[in-house]
Design a protein around this ligand. Structure first.
Ligand code: PLP
Length: 440
């Protein structure tokens, strides 16, 4: 029996019977096909995709070049395990990633499957290089669901609750969430003072010489698309450098064009020692990577990193095709134009709807933070949930994020057409109007 041979109702009942609730479903739709920025469900409904499989399909669903590469590779060989018989797509992808990643220095790259694995590997590599245990992560950060990355993740429910004890030697610092400044300062005059807290941290929490890595997202993904100023990252990077701490940028969500550049750290002129990538690198295939300074990446002993499936040939071919699409179809430029259109629209809504406390983001990675009171900045969690439901019920796939679940984010494929974008934005605006009136 193949997929989708049962009615949608039957399949949903089977899902509830045989799949636990842990792997959540944001909607009850069942996919039949997907193309560009539209998923068609088994009932023939066209869903406009502002979620992109959580930021995975920047090149669009079933991008023809990606599909062709996967098909071609599947005819040749599907798996040998890179550690047993190596293959060109892995090596070429490593070369490409080293060329693309920020940093005017020699780099190396390795591949795994999920974003969490990439972050875990980054920490292992940093520990191996520095011979230190400590890891600094940030409030609002999300790095995955494995023991270490869950520990590094900041939001307790649902990601950590009931899953302790957690991994040792993970510390947390405030993030530059300027809309809700952790120090109560004004971003126009603060001089990114929250980055300087790291110096006190070395006195009160862990000595700098015991810290292997600082792992930071350039824009908080699950944490609410919080977008710190350049000075914050410049300061963090300088403190890491002074203290021999490996500066790791977790670009799992921000990478591969999501912010209008290949890597979000490029907006800040930062050259991280290590960058973790995943999501849109594979255009839908599960692949993640770690890229960074040659001498750091090469620290672990032979066999110390890797895995059975890491850098699977189909996934590497898909990733190479993704990079071709970016170049040939000028996707970075398209992404920047898309970001401007969304930003303009969100800014106009800001003037109209009190419910929006802040409109923010980097390029097409844009968000609206909803509040019930602009003065007090009270998180409008119920309203955000209602807005998502309003949109999902009308065929627009939309996600919330943020520690309080009150931020609406956009992760649509960068190839979305103007007409699809307009349809999606109109549904969002209708939802904002209704929910602002208290109709939810
Ligand atoms: N790091 C960041 C910044 C993420 O946004 C995510 C997932 O959303 C991860 C790591 C974990 O990736 P994965 O779900 O592929 O393990």
């Amino acid at each position: 029996m193949g997929p989708n041979t049962e009615s949608a109702d039957d399949l949903q009942a089977l899902r509830d019977r045989y799949v636990p609730k842990g792997p959540f479903n944001a909607t009850r739709y069942l996919a039949a096909t997907a193309k560009g920025a539209v998923i068609t469900d088994t009932e023939g409904r066209e869903l406009i995709d502002f979620a992109g499989g959580i930021g995975v399909v920047n090149v669009g669903h079933c991008n023809p070049k990606v599909v062709a590469a996967i098909k071609d590779q599947a005819e040749k060989f599907i798996h040998t395990c890179f550690h047993i018989v190596m293959y060109e797509p892995y090596i070429r992808l490593a070369q490409k990633l080293c060329e693309l990643a920020p940093g005017d220095f020699e780099k190396m790259a390795l591949f795994a499957n999920a974003g969490a694995e990439a972050v875990e590997n980054a920490v292992k590599i940093a520990r191996s290089h520095t011979k230190r245990p400590g890891v600094i992560a940030f409030e609002g950060g999300f790095h995955g669901r494995t023991l270490l990355t869950m520990t590094m993740t900041s939001k307790v429910k649902p990601y950590k609750f009931g899953f302790g004890p957690f991994a040792p030697e993970v510390y947390r610092m405030p993030y530059a969430y300027c809309y809700r400044c952790p120090m109560g300062l004004d971003k126009a005059t603060c001089g990114a003072a929250c980055a300087d807290l790291l110096k006190d941290f070395f006195i009160g929490h862990a000595a700098a010489e015991n810290v292997a890595a600082l792992v930071v997202e350039p824009v908080l993904g699950e944490g609410g698309f919080v977008t710190p100023p350049t000075q914050y990252f410049t300061k963090l990077a300088a403190i890491c450098k002074e203290n021999g701490i490996v500066f790791v940028a977790d670009e799992v969500q921000t990478g591969f064009g999501r912010t209008g550049k290949y890597f979000a750290m490029e907006h800040h002129g930062i050259e991280p020692d290590i960058t973790s990538v995943a999501k849109s690198l594979g255009g839908g295939m599960p692949i993640s990577g770690v890229v960074g300074r040659r001498e750091i990446m090469d620290a672990p002993q032979v066999g110390g990193t890797g895995g059975t499936y890491g850098g699977n040939p189909l996934a590497c071919r898909a990733a190479l095709a993704v990079l071709e699409v970016f170049e040939e179809d000028k996707l970075l430029e398209k992404g920047r134009t898309l970001g401007e259109k969304i930003q303009k629209r969100f800014a106009s809504w800001m003037a109209e709807y009190e419910l929006i406390g802040e409109e923010r983001g980097l390029g097409p990675m844009r968000a609206l933070e909803l509040v019930t009171d602009r003065e007090k900045k009270t998180p409008a969690t119920a309203q955000a949930k209602a807005l998502v439901k309003f949109c999902v019920d009308r065929g627009l796939l939309l996600l919330s994020c943020g520690t309080h679940g009150n931020v609406i984010r956009t992760l649509m494929p960068l190839v979305i057409t103007d007409e699809q974008l307009e349809r999606g934005l109109s549904i969002m605006e209708e939802g904002l109007r209704e929910i602002s009136k208290g109709n939810f």
